[in-house]
Design a protein around this ligand. Structure first.
Ligand code: PLP
Length: 400
């Protein structure tokens, strides 16, 4: 495939000239039959790996029966999924099709909850990412995404991530919600500090402000627990999920504690295809796989394994400035703006990674990845880093 993209598409994506045709586990193959190790999971979507047999079987079986009827009727797999999520979180669910939509639903619910008390303001973090629709974009604390689209939603303010004092100073009697990612993903993989998230949680509880946690990227095993908030010993009032929930089918969910969920009544929110038979059946299979294969725990172990290997590499390569992350959500920051070049070179050698900016390389492998696959991927990464950043005399060490 020579062209980067079709000229019939609206040019919103910068694409690599590679067309994948097949996937299995943590591996993908392109149209020429070349194999790639996947350290990205379709940006944290394929947490259970590509073409998991159990997922395929569930989707095939359901698509032979029924795909969609609308939310005007009962959808039994949707009800089962809501019950499963309730058992995991104690929250009620609304289903939609993406992360941005889940956050839209969260913000609307927070406004509805605060309405009678005159609360409407939302506080978010600088460097955050919550999606591209107008509401989600309005609480995304990065100018580059917003620039062309002003005016945005009013009543939104931003404070530096991990700065409790700055957040507290913005919270007033008109604040209905604080929205945060427990680990800022698109912003470059910055985990929240425990005292920060716990502090926000405490202030929110005291002042009747809702804490919305956006776990679109961190949720469902990625960080070494089913939900990242469990690692912080807190519980959000509203939780948003998407990406890996559908296992590759479009799927989003907004979960809310029962007393908060009551602020919505029928007609307040909807999504035509949200929670349809196919997507919710797929999500049920994803939850089965996560539990049966103990994938949150595996993400913790494999994350430690990968991080240790990266730390080792850092001792040889001073051009690696910092390593960050939790579980299998990790980032490597370089001291030179070569991250995008590293990504392109790695792809040519058969490793899929991603750059969140010119300096930061992000790793989001499927949670089912094996040690051998991590080692194989790291070997490619090492070669590329030494070629682009390393010292000549160290090259031999890499090939050994
Ligand atoms: C934390 C977070 N929230 C929301 C979104 C938006 O999700 P979607 O692209 O499914 O709308 C993303 C996407 O990267 C994300 O990482």
């Amino acid at each position: 495939m020579k062209e980067n993209t079709s000229s019939f598409l609206i040019q919103t994506y910068r694409r690599f000239p590679i067309a994948f045709v097949r996937g299995r586990g943590a591996r993908l193959w392109d149209a020429e039959g070349k194999e790639y190790i996947d350290f990205l999971s379709g940006i944290s979507v394929c947490n259970v790996g590509h073409s998991h047999p159990k997922l395929l079987e569930a989707i095939q079986k359901q698509s032979n029966l029924l795909i969609h009827t609308s939310n005007l009727f009962r959808i039994i797999p949707q009800e089962k999924l809501a019950e499963r999520l309730y058992n995991l979180t104690g929250m009620f669910s609304f289903f939609c099709n993406s992360g941005a939509e889940a956050n839209e639903a969260a913000m609307k619910l927070a406004r509805a909850y605060g309405k009678d008390k005159g609360k409407y303001k939302i506080i978010s973090a600088l460097n955050s990412f919550h999606g591209r629709t107008f509401g989600a974009l309005s609480v995304t604390g990065q100018k580059k995404y917003q620039e062309k689209f002003h005016p945005l939603l009013p009543g939104v303010s931003f404070a530096p991530f991990n700065d409790l004092t700055a957040f507290a100073s913005l919270m007033d009697e008109k604040t209905c919600a604080v929205i945060l990612e427990p680990v800022q993903g698109e912003g470059g993989v910055y985990p929240a500090k425990k005292e920060f998230l716990q502090g926000i949680y405490q202030i929110c509880k005291e002042r009747d402000i809702l804490l919305i946690l956006d776990e679109v990227q961190t949720g469902l095993g990625r960080c070494g627990a089913m939900f990242c908030y469990q690692l912080y010993d807190i519980k959000p009032h509203i939780l948003t999920l998407a990406k890996s929930l559908g296992g590759g089918l479009p799927m989003g969910a907004m979960l809310a504690q029962p007393d908060v969920a009551k602020a919505f009544s029928s007609g307040d929110h909807a999504s035509t295809a949200g929670g349809n038979f196919l997507a919710t059946t797929s999500a049920l299979a994803v939850l089965d796989i996560l539990e049966e294969e103990n994938l949150p725990q595996k993400a913790k172990e494999m994350g430690e394994f990968l991080l240790n290997k990266l730390e080792e590499l850092k001792t040889h390569l001073p051009a690696i400035k910092e390593l960050r992350g939790i579980g299998l959500m990790l980032a490597m920051e370089l001291s030179q703006p070569l991250a995008r070049e590293v990504v392109s070179h790695a792809l040519k050698k058969g490793l899929i990674i991603n750059a969140t900016n010119d300096y930061t390389i992000r790793f989001l492998p499927p949670l089912i990845i094996s040690r051998e696959e991590i080692e194989k991927g790291l070997h490619i990464l090492k070669e590329v880093l030494y070629e682009l950043l390393g010292y000549k005399e160290d090259k031999e060490a890499v090939s050994r």
